[in-house]
Each structure stands twice: as C-alpha cells, then as structure tokens.
Design a protein around this ligand. Structure first.
Ligand SMILES: [Fe+2]
Length: 313
C-alpha cells in the first residue's frame, strides 16, 4: 500500500516561482518596479480625481443599507472612507494593522497572480493606484482605487474574513504547483468579488465586484434573472464566470466562518487532481446536486446582456 505523501510545505515569505508550464496572460511590469510590483508611494491625486472619488462614494453609500452585509458596514464606519477625497493608504493601513494585521499597498495596475498571492499571504492588499475617469464612471474593467478600496478594504477589518484572504493567498502556492490557477480564480471570483451571504435569512452582499457598482448591487440581491446557489467549493472551482457583465449565478454562504472552514481546512488536492482542463459547468448552470435558493430566469443573459440594451432584471 502506498504511504500517504507528506503535506506540501511552502515558504510564504518569498514570491513563488512561476512554473514554465503555467500559462498566464503576459503583463508588462512598468520600469523601475521590483518583482513585488509595489509602487514606492500612493499617487498624488488631482482635485478632480478626489472629486470623482467623492461622487462615486456618494452614489454607492446610499445603496449600502439593506444590500451590503453587516461586517462590510462596520468596516466602512471604522475606516471613514467618506472623509473627503481618495483615502490615504497609510492612514487606512494603520487602522487595519491594529485590527487584523492587514495593510493596503499601491500597485500600478493588475498584477500577476503569483505576486498577488504573495501579498495576500503576507496580509498586504494591493490596491490600484489610479482612479477611473468620468467617461468610465459607470463601468471600468481594470480595478481602480475606488473598486479596490471601497469594495475590498472594509471587510479586511473583519478577523475571519481577513484570515480567509490570507488563506486564499497561501492556497496560490499549491494551485501553481498543480497548474490550477483558473480553478482558484473561480473561487476568488465567486467569493471575494461576487459573493452573497445570508444574514437573518436575508441575502446580503460581501463581494467587492458587486459593492463597488450600483447596478449589480441591486441586481444581485433583487434580480429575477440570476441563480443563487449555496457555495460548494468543488462545484465553484469547476464553474465558468462572466468577466465584463453582471453574473449569471451568485454563490451564497451562511457565514464567514463557513467560508473559512470550506477553504482553510481543505487541501484542494482531490479537486485539483480530478479537474478537467476546461471549466465543466456553464455560468448559467443549476445542477440537481445544487442547494438552490433561487433558480434564475436568466432573462438578462438570454436577451444578450450588456451591449444588447437588455435591462438588468
Ligand atoms: Fe477586486
């Protein structure tokens, strides 16, 4: 009989090597930055850029009660993100450090996955240094400072969610070893970016991709179109997702403790070893094995989604 193999151990204090077999979209690192992709300081924003933050903040904050989860609301209050203009990363980090040991660090743009894992594993959240223009007010694909700070940072004040984020970063080392980055990205997508949580039997949002824009804040919780399914990590890692439109399916957790439990104590090896090369489930799928809270009509998706003029419903 084979002896069980020893658990893998990794050095999380160094940037993991990117195996030659792992394909990632090439990103050009701006000259002058080290391998950690960190900018030396937060950008000095112009007056109009601070105003753009204020307008985005005002538009979004009004929608938060009744949509955002409790822990997010508490984090927003603690960090005072509406004090006027783009928040100062150093001040935010000081508060975060005292609460959960996290900090916010500036990066110029999207950074490679393995560098992202390295920062998360060390409780640093890389935030886009730039802010969208007025032309991009309603939609921007690249994560800017509003998405990263307003959407992501409040929950880093919550100790359990903060631990989940660190555990997610650490999980990156194994995903690299097994060449399963897409599967791990699907987990990030359906939790950190587009996750819903049940709070006193009501659906609430914790995903930053939803909370940083008004349309999906309403659509994800109130829309008829999308599926809402209880989170199952094995299922989520096999599920395709939408990058530049509203999601066809949202996965729901019952608590952050449950989310942490689903991931931290799982090795993921059995999932990685059994995964097919491509995603197995379409983003609109609702399976017999799913615990479905709401089976979506998918009417937004069927009408063609963004670009077709279909109204989110
Ligand atoms: Fe994000």
């Amino acid at each position: 009989m084979d002896k069980p193999s020893a658990p893998l151990s990794f050095d999380y204090s160094r940037i993991p090597a990117m195996p030659a077999s792992v394909f990632v979209a090439p990103l050009r690192k701006p000259t002058g930055l080290s391998d950690d992709w960190l900018e030396p300081a937060q950008r000095k924003y112009g007056l109009d850029e601070h105003r753009i933050w204020d307008e985005l903040y005002l538009r979004q904050i009004g929608l938060m009660p009744g949509h955002a989860c409790r822990e997010f609301m508490l984090g927003l209050e603690r960090l005072n993100l509406g004090g006027g203009g783009v928040p100062d990363f150093n001040e935010m980090s000081e508060e975060l450090r005292s609460l959960t040991g996290w900090s916010v660090v500036p990066v110029p743009m999207l950074i490679p996955d393995h560098v992202f894992y390295y920062h998360l594993a060390n409780r640093r959240f890389p935030a886009g240094n730039f802010i969208r223009t007025r032309e991009q007010f309603d939609y921007i694909q690249e994560p800017d400072v509003f998405h990263d700070v307003f959407g992501h940072v409040p929950l880093l004040t919550d100790p359990i969610f903060a631990s989940y984020m660190e555990a997610y970063g650490r999980a990156g080392w194994k995903a690299l070893k097994y060449n399963r980055l897409k599967a791990l990205s699907a987990l990030y997508w359906y939790t950190v970016e587009f996750g819903l949580i049940l709070e006193d039997d009501q659906l609430r949002i914790y995903g930053a991709g939803i909370l940083s824009g008004p349309t999906e804040t309403v659509f994800s919780v109130e829309g008829r179109s999308p599926n809402r399914i209880h989170l199952n990590v094995d299922r989520v890692m096999r599920t395709d997702y939408t990058i530049s439109d509203l999601q066809a399916t949202y996965f729901v957790i019952e608590s952050f403790r449950e989310l942490f439990h689903f991931t931290e104590q799982r090795g993921f090896e059995p999932i990685y070893e059994s995964l097919a090369p491509a995603f197995q489930y379409a983003k609109t799928a609702a399976l017999d094995t799913d615990h479905i809270y709401h089976r979506g009509t998918q009417e937004y998706e069927l009408r063609g989604g963004r670009g077709s003029g279909a109204r989110p419903a």
